[in-house]
Design a protein around this ligand. Structure first.
Ligand code: ADP
Ligand code: MG
Length: 143
Protein backbone atom coordinates (compact mmCIF):
# COMPACT_ATOMS: atom_id res chain seq x y z
CA UNK A 1 0.00 0.00 0.00
CA UNK A 2 1.67 3.27 -1.11
CA UNK A 3 0.75 5.29 1.97
CA UNK A 4 3.57 6.81 3.98
CA UNK A 5 1.70 9.44 5.90
CA UNK A 6 -1.81 9.97 7.20
CA UNK A 7 -4.28 10.95 4.52
CA UNK A 8 -7.16 12.81 6.06
CA UNK A 9 -10.35 14.55 5.14
CA UNK A 10 -13.28 16.19 6.85
CA UNK A 11 -16.83 17.15 6.09
CA UNK A 12 -19.16 19.52 7.82
CA UNK A 13 -22.67 18.13 8.22
CA UNK A 14 -25.73 20.28 8.79
CA UNK A 15 -28.88 18.88 10.35
CA UNK A 16 -31.75 18.66 7.88
CA UNK A 17 -29.48 19.22 4.88
CA UNK A 18 -30.39 16.13 2.87
CA UNK A 19 -29.08 17.63 -0.38
CA UNK A 20 -25.44 16.81 0.44
CA UNK A 21 -26.19 13.57 2.28
CA UNK A 22 -23.82 10.93 1.02
CA UNK A 23 -21.03 13.30 -0.08
CA UNK A 24 -18.61 12.16 2.62
CA UNK A 25 -19.12 8.48 1.87
CA UNK A 26 -18.74 9.04 -1.88
CA UNK A 27 -15.48 10.97 -1.46
CA UNK A 28 -14.03 8.45 0.95
CA UNK A 29 -15.03 5.59 -1.34
CA UNK A 30 -13.23 7.28 -4.28
CA UNK A 31 -10.15 7.99 -2.21
CA UNK A 32 -9.89 4.40 -0.94
CA UNK A 33 -10.40 3.03 -4.46
CA UNK A 34 -7.65 5.32 -5.83
CA UNK A 35 -5.31 4.15 -3.08
CA UNK A 36 -5.92 0.56 -4.08
CA UNK A 37 -7.80 -0.70 -1.04
CA UNK A 38 -9.61 -3.96 -1.52
CA UNK A 39 -13.28 -3.88 -2.47
CA UNK A 40 -14.38 -5.28 0.89
CA UNK A 41 -12.90 -2.40 2.89
CA UNK A 42 -14.17 0.15 0.38
CA UNK A 43 -17.69 -1.26 0.63
CA UNK A 44 -17.68 -1.37 4.43
CA UNK A 45 -16.23 2.14 4.71
CA UNK A 46 -18.91 3.49 2.38
CA UNK A 47 -21.69 1.82 4.41
CA UNK A 48 -20.55 3.05 7.81
CA UNK A 49 -19.74 6.56 6.59
CA UNK A 50 -23.10 6.91 4.90
CA UNK A 51 -25.04 5.69 7.94
CA UNK A 52 -23.07 8.00 10.25
CA UNK A 53 -23.57 11.08 8.11
CA UNK A 54 -27.29 10.33 7.76
CA UNK A 55 -27.68 10.17 11.52
CA UNK A 56 -26.17 13.62 11.96
CA UNK A 57 -28.36 15.04 9.20
CA UNK A 58 -31.52 13.40 10.59
CA UNK A 59 -31.04 13.80 14.35
CA UNK A 60 -28.48 16.50 15.11
CA UNK A 61 -28.09 20.24 14.55
CA UNK A 62 -24.64 19.97 13.01
CA UNK A 63 -21.51 17.89 13.07
CA UNK A 64 -18.23 16.88 11.54
CA UNK A 65 -17.12 13.68 9.88
CA UNK A 66 -13.38 13.18 9.78
CA UNK A 67 -11.38 10.30 8.37
CA UNK A 68 -7.74 9.30 8.72
CA UNK A 69 -6.11 6.73 6.47
CA UNK A 70 -2.78 5.23 7.51
CA UNK A 71 -1.03 2.08 6.25
CA UNK A 72 -2.50 0.18 9.20
CA UNK A 73 -6.02 1.49 9.54
CA UNK A 74 -8.87 3.65 8.45
CA UNK A 75 -10.39 5.70 11.25
CA UNK A 76 -13.68 7.57 10.93
CA UNK A 77 -14.85 9.98 13.63
CA UNK A 78 -18.29 11.56 13.50
CA UNK A 79 -19.03 14.13 16.12
CA UNK A 80 -22.23 16.12 16.42
CA UNK A 81 -23.96 18.79 18.40
CA UNK A 82 -27.44 17.48 18.95
CA UNK A 83 -29.89 15.93 21.38
CA UNK A 84 -27.60 13.02 22.26
CA UNK A 85 -28.80 9.48 22.89
CA UNK A 86 -30.40 8.65 26.22
CA UNK A 87 -30.17 4.87 26.05
CA UNK A 88 -27.30 3.72 23.83
CA UNK A 89 -28.03 -0.01 24.32
CA UNK A 90 -31.56 0.55 23.06
CA UNK A 91 -30.38 2.69 20.13
CA UNK A 92 -27.94 -0.09 19.15
CA UNK A 93 -30.72 -2.67 18.82
CA UNK A 94 -31.66 -3.86 15.32
CA UNK A 95 -34.74 -2.02 14.13
CA UNK A 96 -34.92 0.55 16.92
CA UNK A 97 -35.64 3.99 15.48
CA UNK A 98 -37.09 7.28 16.58
CA UNK A 99 -37.04 8.67 13.03
CA UNK A 100 -40.08 10.88 12.45
CA UNK A 101 -42.71 10.02 9.85
CA UNK A 102 -41.40 12.46 7.22
CA UNK A 103 -37.97 10.83 7.44
CA UNK A 104 -39.50 7.36 7.06
CA UNK A 105 -41.37 8.58 4.00
CA UNK A 106 -38.00 9.37 2.41
CA UNK A 107 -36.98 5.76 3.03
CA UNK A 108 -34.84 6.27 6.14
CA UNK A 109 -35.42 5.09 9.69
CA UNK A 110 -35.08 1.31 9.44
CA UNK A 111 -33.18 1.33 12.71
CA UNK A 112 -30.19 -0.51 11.23
CA UNK A 113 -27.68 2.34 10.98
CA UNK A 114 -25.86 1.93 14.29
CA UNK A 115 -25.95 -1.92 14.18
CA UNK A 116 -24.49 -1.81 10.66
CA UNK A 117 -21.77 0.64 11.70
CA UNK A 118 -20.78 -1.76 14.46
CA UNK A 119 -20.98 -4.85 12.24
CA UNK A 120 -18.84 -3.33 9.48
CA UNK A 121 -16.03 -1.92 11.62
CA UNK A 122 -13.31 -3.63 13.64
CA UNK A 123 -13.57 -1.13 16.48
CA UNK A 124 -16.79 0.75 17.20
CA UNK A 125 -17.16 3.29 19.98
CA UNK A 126 -20.10 5.51 20.68
CA UNK A 127 -20.26 8.18 23.29
CA UNK A 128 -23.17 10.50 23.87
CA UNK A 129 -24.19 13.23 26.28
CA UNK A 130 -27.89 14.07 26.36
CA UNK A 131 -28.42 17.69 25.37
CA UNK A 132 -24.90 18.03 23.98
CA UNK A 133 -24.22 15.52 21.26
CA UNK A 134 -22.89 12.21 20.08
CA UNK A 135 -19.51 10.95 18.92
CA UNK A 136 -19.01 7.75 16.97
CA UNK A 137 -15.52 6.41 16.30
CA UNK A 138 -14.90 3.52 13.95
CA UNK A 139 -11.68 1.79 12.96
CA UNK A 140 -11.09 -0.68 10.19
CA UNK A 141 -7.78 -2.50 10.15
CA UNK A 142 -6.04 -2.88 6.85
CA UNK A 143 -4.49 -6.30 6.40
N1 ADP B 1 -26.32 11.29 16.08
C1 ADP B 1 -27.44 10.98 16.76
N2 ADP B 1 -28.01 11.88 17.60
C2 ADP B 1 -29.13 11.57 18.29
N3 ADP B 1 -29.77 10.38 18.21
C3 ADP B 1 -29.25 9.46 17.39
C4 ADP B 1 -28.08 9.69 16.63
N4 ADP B 1 -27.78 8.58 15.93
C5 ADP B 1 -28.73 7.68 16.24
N5 ADP B 1 -29.62 8.20 17.12
C6 ADP B 1 -30.77 7.49 17.74
O1 ADP B 1 -30.56 6.09 17.61
C7 ADP B 1 -31.63 5.51 16.85
C8 ADP B 1 -31.10 4.37 16.01
O2 ADP B 1 -30.21 4.87 15.00
P1 ADP B 1 -29.96 4.00 13.70
O3 ADP B 1 -29.56 2.63 14.12
O4 ADP B 1 -29.03 4.75 12.81
O5 ADP B 1 -31.39 3.88 13.03
P2 ADP B 1 -32.31 4.97 12.29
O6 ADP B 1 -31.43 6.14 11.94
O7 ADP B 1 -32.82 4.24 11.10
O8 ADP B 1 -33.37 5.34 13.27
C9 ADP B 1 -32.21 6.67 16.07
O9 ADP B 1 -33.55 6.45 15.69
C10 ADP B 1 -32.09 7.81 17.08
O10 ADP B 1 -33.10 7.72 18.06
MG1 MG C 1 -29.55 5.90 11.14
Amino acid sequence: MPIHQTIEGSFQLIGGNFSNAGDASIELKQKLTELGFNADIVRKAAIVTFEAEMNVIIYAAAGWLRYYITPEQLKIIVEDMGPGIEDIDLAMQDGYSTAPEWVREMGWGAGMGLPNMKKNSDVFKIDSVVGEGTTVEMIMYIQ
